[in-house]
Design a protein around this ligand. Structure first.
Ligand SMILES: [Zn+2]
Ligand SMILES: [Zn+2]
Length: 347
């Protein structure tokens, strides 16, 4: 076993603090990764504080936006060599034989994907995430990271990036289409960059006029204020797809009005849509849909796309001791647009 320094929580009310965990030896198809950077996702806070239905497992080491270098490989590893720059996202295993896994859609595994942290793996052991020096992962759940990307800024691609890339691809975004991204945070800023790189005309939909300049810098052609009914009316029936990243419950009906016939509004957070008006859906055969991260093959495709188009996240790199303050700032939306922990600061 590898004794490993980590940062995590002992229970739902404890602050994030140093702790020691063990990582299994890299045997068989396992890859041992020395972690360089780990992004901080909003779901880290929700899970650390047991805010998602009481299922949190402790001690917990959060983190599922992991970038590192391979330091050891098992005898049967064929895809990676020592020294490779690699990533690990939101899951480290799945059942490998259900219909979803067979289609490469491991994120929808019918037996449940194995979370990178706050889960039990197929051996029954607790999984621990990326706020740690190293991690051992089966090579089939490890991603190759293009060498031309800044590794710190690439970390958030593993969750925020793929969360937006997957719906843009699934709903087949094409050059010239008008695509709405609602909410400019960690997820939304990736949506603007990715959709713009796909050639779409991106409209940032927000309630905050002061975000307009930043949205344009990120690649938005236009900014639409959702709290301005006159402006919203001008854009009615004109969007090919809207991806809604707003992290708090809100009225979806004004966004549905923006869609053309047969087009879709996709939510990417676990929110309960409030009071959707059926008439708005049936009158134009519109759809409201959901989407969660992406499978391994699609996550690799996203990383390669980002390498080709030089896309990374806008990040603020922090030291490990700053994680609690980072959480507090995230809850006030005081970050542009993702905190990333420099794992060298653990040692
Ligand atoms: Zn995440
Ligand atoms: Zn499966």
């Amino acid at each position: 076993m590898n004794n490993t320094l980590a940062y995590g929580v002992q229970n739902a009310t404890a602050p994030v603090a140093p702790l020691c965990i063990e990582r299994r030896e890299a045997l068989g198809r396992d890859v041992l990764i020395e972690i360089l950077y780990c992004g901080i996702c909003h779901s880290d806070i929700h899970q650390a504080r047991n805010e998602w239905g009481g299922g949190s497992l402790y001690p917990m080491v959060p983190g599922h936006e992991i970038i590192g270098r391979v330091s050891k490989i098992g005898a049967q590893v064929s895809k990676f060599s020592v020294g490779d720059l690699v990533g690990v996202g939101c899951f480290v295993d799945s059942c490998r034989h259900c219909a979803a896994c067979a289609e490469g859609l491991e994120q929808y595994c019918e037996a449940g994907m194995t979370g990178t942290y706050n889960a039990r793996d197929r051996r029954g052991e607790l999984t621990f995430g990326g706020y740690s020096e190293r991690i051992t992962v089966d090579e089939n759940y490890v991603l190759r990271v293009p060498d031309n990307l800044d590794p710190a800024a690439a970390a958030p691609l593993l969750c925020a990036g793929i969360t937006l890339y997957s719906p843009l691809r699934h709903w087949n975004v094409q050059s010239g289409q008008k695509i709405g991204i609602a909410g400019l945070g960690g997820l939304g800023h990736m949506g603007v960059k990715l959709a713009a790189a796909m050639g779409a005309e991106v409209v940032m939909i927000t309630t905050s006029a002061h975000k307009a300049q930043d949205a344009r810098r990120l690649g938005a052609a236009e900014v639409l204020l959702s709290n301005n009914p006159a402006e919203m009316a001008k854009h009615a029936n004109s969007f090919d797809l809207i991806v809604d990243t707003v992290p708090v419950p809100h009225d979806l009906n004004p966004y549905i009005d923006l869609l053309k016939r047969d087009k879709t509004l996709v939510i990417v957070g676990p929110l309960d849509p409030v009071g959707v008006h059926g008439a708005k859906l049936i009158g134009k055969r519109r759809q409201v849909a959901g989407s969660v991260i992406g499978g391994i093959a699609e996550t690799q495709e996203m990383l390669d796309f980002c390498g080709k188009h030089q896309i990374v996240s806008d990040v603020e790199v922090i030291q490990a001791h700053y994680i609690n303050e980072a959480y507090a700032r995230m809850l006030k939306s005081d970050v542009k647009y993702r905190f990333v922990i420099d794992i060298a600061s653990l040692r």
